[in-house]
Design a protein around this ligand. Structure first.
Ligand code: NAD
Length: 483
């Protein structure tokens, strides 16, 4: 291909090599100036003893080219193999997952003919930070991490994506009526950044009703941005209801490197038979061309693909009597797309990737002033099975002193002391909140250490502490349920 833009390509496992070959052939025929560096990932790398499924030298290529076109891989059965996608995403800081979910009615079966939604999912934080603990025989915990820079990156990305792709609206899904601090931060940052994009409509939905609406009436959504867990679930729901699971591509975007792929897996049972549909990987590759600024080639490939679908040239997975005109294999499908380069769809909406307007730099949010942080108390969690919550309250109150007093005990977040409802399920894991009694008095680390020393002297089995801070006088912790 000559002096082109360097990209890293992995052919993957199962149907991977066939669909990659078809995809690369189409890109070449469209005149995309690419220089390909090939790396090995997947099954044989895993089975050679590399638990991450990627060869160490492959990272050099990824860091050099900064663009990764990846075919699906097979994760070997059995324990000890780490998810390659998670490793790549975490190592390279790919914070945004972008998944367009489009209906191609009447050419591909769908429940929602008008659907054209892009799900933008935060990819690094939330409950997926992987910080979990088993704290007693019966009690486990997973930490939900949401940071301001993490929210700013993903929300900014969503609005920039909308602007670049001529989208009209960005919707945010959170559950901030319950998780007021973590999801509350995501929602607040969304509102702050939305205000910098007055040309784009914005709205927020609570994720439960938002998800129901997305499954029922997806036509009302355009770009939807959300934290990691909701995005993981709803991007699959959205692809499924669009009818495009086998056709969808996705992008994982970082500040330095970006990865493009199909959303489906390696379909081992279809491998090597010239049966697989290369469309998901091809549409991932179209996103890659746009990322590289090759807008003209991206439009060409995308429109030739739409025309192929419209002309009824279909692989087995989307073939339908009466709609399809020709059942083709992977290679013939690629040939059909190549024949149609330069053509546009007649009925489906053509793709138009405009040249990036470099003069419109993303608007910068005003940096928020750093709030004054004051330590006002501490939660000490302990395991104890010696009696009722009243017994525990009386016992733990004996640790009062040195300015700190027991204010509250919760079990599973529900208040059980000083008063409790007999119906409350108790777990043997208790969170004891100590404060000074005066809202603004500052607690010192030494007071916390002294408190833990008294716990130790009383043989109380404390498991962890959590500091209670005020930020500019506002509590940075949740109240106990029923407090
Ligand atoms: P899959 O997506 O590979 O297959 C699901 C179904 O869809 C199968 O019936 C398959 O034949 C069909 N299918 C998938 N892609 C197709 C295509 N392009 N054309 C025609 N039919 C297609 O999911 P699976 O069977 O659950 O997983 C198989 C393997 O893929 C597993 O090892 C899994 O770990 C891996 N996987 C990899 C990725 C990735 O690399 N990103 C993603 C998902 C699954």
């Amino acid at each position: 291909m000559g002096k082109g833009i360097p990209i890293t390509v992995a052919h993957g496992d199962g149907i991977g090599p066939e669909i990659m070959e078809a995809t690369l052939r189409i890109l070449e025929a469209a005149g995309a100036p690419l220089d390909i560096e090939r790396i090995d990932i997947g099954e044989k790398v895993y089975l050679a003893g590399n638990t991450a499924g990627i060869e160490p030298q492959a990272w050099d290529s990824l860091r050099r080219t900064k663009v990764f076109l990846k075919a699906p891989i097979t994760t070997p059965q059995g324990g000890g193999f780490k998810s390659l996608n998670v490793t790549v995403r975490k190592t390279l800081g790919l914070y945004a997952n972008v998944r367009p979910c489009v209906a191609y009615d009447p050419f591909v079966r769908t429940k929602h003919p008008g659907m054209d939604v892009v799900i933008i999912r935060e990819n690094e934080e939330d409950l997926y930070a992987g910080i979990e603990y088993r704290q007693t025989a019966d009690v486990t915990q997973c930490l939900k991490i949401i940071t301001r820079p993490g929210c700013e990156n993903i929300v900014r990305y969503a609005f920039e994506y909308a602007r670049r792709n001529n989208r009209k609206k960005v919707t945010c899904f959170t559950k901030d009526n319950i998780m007021k601090i973590t999801d509350g931060l995501f929602h607040r940052v969304f509102d702050e950044i939305a205000a910098l994009y007055p040309d784009i409509e914005n709205e927020h939905w609570i994720v439960d009703i938002g998800a129901a609406k997305l499954a029922d009436t997806p036509e009302v959504f355009d770009v939807v941005v959300m934290p990691n867990l909701y995005g993981d679930i709803l991007s699959d729901v959205a692809a499924q209801v669009a009818g495009s699971v086998g056709l969808a591509g996705s992008a994982n975007i970082g500040k330095h490197v970006a990865m493009f792929e199909a959303i489906h897996g390696s379909a081992p049972r279809r491998a090597g038979q010239n049966l697989a549909n290369p469309s998901g990987l091809l549409l991932g590759a179209v996103m890659m061309l746009v990322h590289l600024g090759l807008n003209e080639q991206a439009s060409h490939v995308h429109n030739a693909w739409l025309r192929t679908i419209e002309d009824g040239v279909h692989t087995y997975d989307i073939f339908k009597e009466g709609v399809s005109t020709e059942k083709v294999g992977t290679r013939e499908f690629a040939d059909a797309v190549i024949e149609r380069l330069g053509q546009e769809p007649r009925q489906l909406k053509p793709a138009r990737y405009a040249a990036a307007d470099d003069t419109t730099a993303p608007p910068e949010p005003k940096p928020a002033p750093k709030p004054v942080k004051t330590l006002v108390g501490v939660d000490v969690s302990l395991e104890w099975t010696g009696g009722t919550p009243d017994d525990l309250g009386a016992l733990v109150s004996r640790a009062n002193g040195d300015g700190l007093e027991l204010k509250l005990i919760t079990s599973r977040g529900i208040k059980v002391w000083p008063t409790y409802a007999p119906e409350t399920l108790l777990s043997g894991y208790w969170r004891c909140r100590f404060t000074t009694g005066s809202p603004d008095a500052t607690v010192t680390h030494q007071q916390v250490i002294n408190l833990l020393q008294r716990f130790r002297d009383m043989n109380l089995d404390f498991l962890k502490t959590e500091h209670l801070y005020h930020f500019d006088g506002a509590p940075g912790y949740s109240m106990g349920q029923g407090e």
